[in-house]
Ligand binder design. Structure first.
Ligand code: GLC
Length: 436
């Protein structure tokens, strides 16, 4: 990859600053990558192509459909447009975000047309756009911009262009058993104390993207950062980050964290929680609907809260979510855009949150009496999504994240000290930054 110019450094600075420590959620700016490396020569979508695309079938590739929401958005689309000759088929990838990325990258490197549309994690825009794997959707998004909440919209903005249609925006929640805990604790330290006195806490501690999120939530709350303001070097090896990691490691050592936590991703944590084995769980909003569904032992026995503060620091949440992106190898970009447009429609966005607790990207997905009935904490969620901090924005983000989660996991597993883990992570991040 090419070395980035000064403009990019400034952009990364913006993103890194938004990520950076501090207690307030100032990340209306989060993910503000719009000015990143200019990407020229990408195929540009014609927004009118979705009105009368060629008849046919397209494939929607996405991570494992654990909630069933993907199958339903597809069946609703097919019910609405099937008679006109339009159809979407589902191709499920892995549950792990890292593996989903690899599965998509392999297809794009082979110039395969297997995936017309892909559910792309908010952190992949910079890389996929730089590789010219995505249609430039600027002409479509420009017309639609005012419909979206700013933070998720920024996650498709890179190099002054828009590369996707945001459909899911998420900030994680702290789930707690309200039959065990009366008043939710105000600090992470108090959460761990209460967890220790009861049935512990479960989160995502496996070496993958989820652990980067879980760690950065504590790190940013403790005042840590990942990159320098100009985005050119690592700042991960700081006392704040070592303190956040020590806090997590202590929780594993003294048995406050679930036994298998260093191998758990979202779904393992959710199953552990639904079996009634933990007092607290850190997870994304989707676990709310499933936790209250048939078969869950904790149905009706839990509440959710925004994250508490880190003693001596503040509070922070990480912006998660997914965007519909269109592969440049799709043979039917018009139909792909029609599907993306449906995914972000108020009609689907409301169903998605009411039935599946998958939080949306437009205000109607929150400010609605039916939504507030199904998800009583919808206003807090909207606030959390609006204020959540972005992860660093960079074409080498996957390498930066690997440096974080591999070393954090090694510390949680007792293989290295928190100080050594941060030192190694810093070296690896600097190496990754030097490759472009
Ligand atoms: C969720 C989030 C995504 C994040 C992933 C980590 O899917 O939406 O942004 O990267 O979890 O596992």
């Amino acid at each position: 990859m090419k070395r980035l110019g000064a403009g990019v450094a400034a952009v990364m600075c913006l993103a890194a600053a938004a990520c950076g420590g501090g207690s307030d959620g100032d990340s209306g700016k989060a993910g503000g990558a719009g000015g990143g490396t200019a990407v020229s020569g990408a195929k540009v979508i014609d927004p009118n192509s979705m009105n009368a695309p060629p008849k046919g079938t397209i494939t929607y590739c996405a991570g494992k459909d654990t909630s069933g929401a993907q199958a339903e958005v597809i069946s609703q689309f097919n019910a609405k447009y099937g008679a006109e000759g339009y159809k979407v088929e589902q191709l499920e990838f892995s549950t792990s975000g890292d593996e989903q990325r690899t599965q998509f990258v392999q297809r794009q490197e082979a110039r395969s047309d297997e995936c017309d549309v892909f559910s792309s994690d908010v952190i992949w825009t910079a890389e996929f756009a730089s590789q010219k794997w995505l249609y430039d959707l600027t002409p479509y998004v420009s017309e639609q911009r005012s419909r979206f909440i700013a933070a998720p919209l920024e996650t498709v903005h890179y190099g002054d262009k828009y590369w996707g249609v945001p459909f899911e925006s998420a900030a994680a929640l702290l789930y707690y058993r309200d039959d065990q805990i009366e008043t939710p604790p105000a600090t992470w330290q108090a959460v761990y104390q209460e967890a220790k006195a009861n049935d512990g806490i479960v989160y995502q501690g496996a070496p993958y993207e989820g652990l980067t999120c879980d760690f950065l939530e504590l790190s940013f709350a403790a005042g840590g950062t990942v990159l320098s303001d100009d985005g050119t070097k690592s700042e991960i090896n700081s006392p704040e980050n070592v303190e956040a990691l020590e806090f997590m490691v202590d929780g594993v050592k003294d048995g406050t964290a679930a036994n298998g936590v260093t191998t758990y991703m979202e779904e393992e944590s959710r199953r552990y929680w639904e079996n009634g084995k933990a007092t607290f769980m850190r997870n994304w909003p989707y676990a709310y609907a499933l936790g209250n569904a048939k078969g869950s032992k904790v149905a009706g026995k839990f509440e959710v809260m925004p994250f508490p503060t880190f003693e001596g620091g503040g509070t922070a949440a990480i912006l998660g979510g997914h965007n519909v992106v269109i592969s440049v190898y799709s043979k039917n970009p018009g139909l792909s855009l029609k599907f993306a447009d449906f995914y972000a429609s108020p009609e689907w966005q409301k169903t998605q949150v009411i039935k599946y607790a998958i939080t949306g990207t437009i205000p109607e997905a929150y400010d609605d009496p039916e939504v507030e009935k199904a998800i009583p904490y919808a206003p807090e969620l909207k606030q959390a999504v609006t204020q959540a901090k972005a992860r660093p924005v960079s074409p080498v983000y996957p390498q930066i994240s690997q440096a974080i989660y591999k070393n954090v996991n090694a510390a949680l597993s007792g293989q290295v000290s928190p100080a050594d883990a941060m030192k190694t992570a810093a070296e690896q991040i600097n190496k990754a930054l030097a490759t472009f």
